[in-house]
Design a binder for this molecule. Structure first.
Ligand code: ADP
Ligand code: MG
Length: 335
């Protein structure tokens, strides 16, 4: 059974950034205003996420890594609506099968923090009292220590680090009211650093550079479902477009969050790109940042934590509406 669990866990967590994404979301779900990430070797040997959120009740620790142990489902009905946010109650469980997992946590009013080490979904050591502040620190060490083939398949630290910086930067932009930092172990200077009070534009500038940041055009679009059947297209979107691109304009960049999840949508990217086709010099590529909210039941429920391309209902119509919104923003700004 443990082998099966290990293999399943290795599917959920394939690279350091997959685990990191889950830990970041947990910290944000815990109501944190400050989340500090530290990685060593691009996350291959260590990922640490420290937050100032609500902490974890000591009584919940023994079950923390049991599969489907989640504090986020109140009723069975919820299961349907949260599905698109990822596999509920699987993240910490999966991590505990493929890495050394340590959780230090303290809640408001607790006399001290506690430190607990998990292995294969169970407590291996602790909870032991220790010094700490209100919040939670999750440390993931030696990813795939017990799966030599997977460990060998990990990319180089610099390649993993690039992906980690990308993911942390994008989440930092998305989440309002949370300051996020990313540091390499032993480095004083952070690779990502936003504060809770930054505006979206400030965060985009911090993460994607001043070229992108100083050229931002805001756009919005939305649709309400048809009153008669309620089945029609329904969405809310807002975003920013920039003619300048931070990767020296070599590729179009679309940063897309659907219902809070960082995903990819190639058809949307290709369509938005066309808006700039006549405006930009040949070969230069625009930048887009889009936050999209769609009813959960209209997004492909088959989404796997590691799957990035999404499908959703009314996709073509919705893409066209976003294109129009970007076009309006671009042409209004040129008048
Ligand atoms: P899920 O997030 O889907 O509930 P996880 O395996 O990611 O499943 O986490 C399991 C549970 O552990 C969460 O429901 C939450 O109660 C608790 N938890 C995890 N990380 C944190 C954190 N940083 N702060 C507070 N609680 C946390
Ligand atoms: Mg989670």
């Amino acid at each position: 059974e443990s082998v099966v669990n290990k293999i399943a866990a290795g599917e959920v967590v394939q690279r350091p950034f997959n685990a990191l994404k889950e830990l970041l979301e947990n910290s944000i779900d815990a109501g944190s205003t400050k989340v500090s990430v530290t990685v060593r070797d691009g996350g291959n040997t260590m990922i640490r996420v420290q937050d100032d959120g609500c902490g974890i009740h000591e009584g919940d620790l023994p079950l923390l890594c049991e599969r489907h142990a989640t504090s986020k489902l109140e009723t069975f009905e919820d299961l349907r609506t949260v599905q698109t946010l990822g596999f509920r109650g699987e993240a910490l469980c999966s991590v505990s099968y493929v890495a050394h997992l340590t959780v230090t946590t303290m809640r408001e009013g607790d006399a001290h923090a506690t430190r607990t080490v998990f292995r294969d979904s169970k407590i291996e050591d602790g909870p032991k009292p220790c010094a700490g502040l209100v919040g939670t620190t999750v440390t993931v060490e030696d990813l795939f220590y017990n799966m030599p083939i997977r460990r060998k398949a990990l990319r180089s630290p610099s390649e993993e680090l690039a992906k980690v910086i990308e993911v942390v930067g994008r989440y930092a932009v998305y989440h309002d009211g949370v300051g996020v930092s990313l540091k390499r172990h032993g480095n004083a200077r952070p690779d990502v650093s936003t504060s809770a009070s930054d505006t979206k534009q400030q965060k985009i500038r911090m993460v994607f550079g001043s070229q992108v940041g100083s050229n931002l055009l805001e756009f919005k679009a939305s649709a309400v479902p048809d009153e008669c059947d309620g089945e029609g297209m329904s969405f809310q979107a807002k975003g920013y477009a920039s003619s300048a691109n931070y990767n020296s304009g070599k590729r179009t960049v679309l940063v897309l969050f659907i219902n809070g999840r960082l995903v990819e949508c190639s058809p949307l990217k290709r369509c938005l790109e066309t808006v700039y086709a006549s405006v930009l010099a040949k070969g230069s590529r625009p930048f887009f940042y889009v936050e999209l909210t769609i009813p959960h039941e209209q997004v492909d429920v088959n989404v796997h934590p590691t799957k990035k391309e999404v499908n959703f209902l009314h996709q073509d119509d919705l893409i066209e509406r976003l294109r129009e919104a970007v076009e309006n923003a671009v042409f209004t700004s040129n008048d």
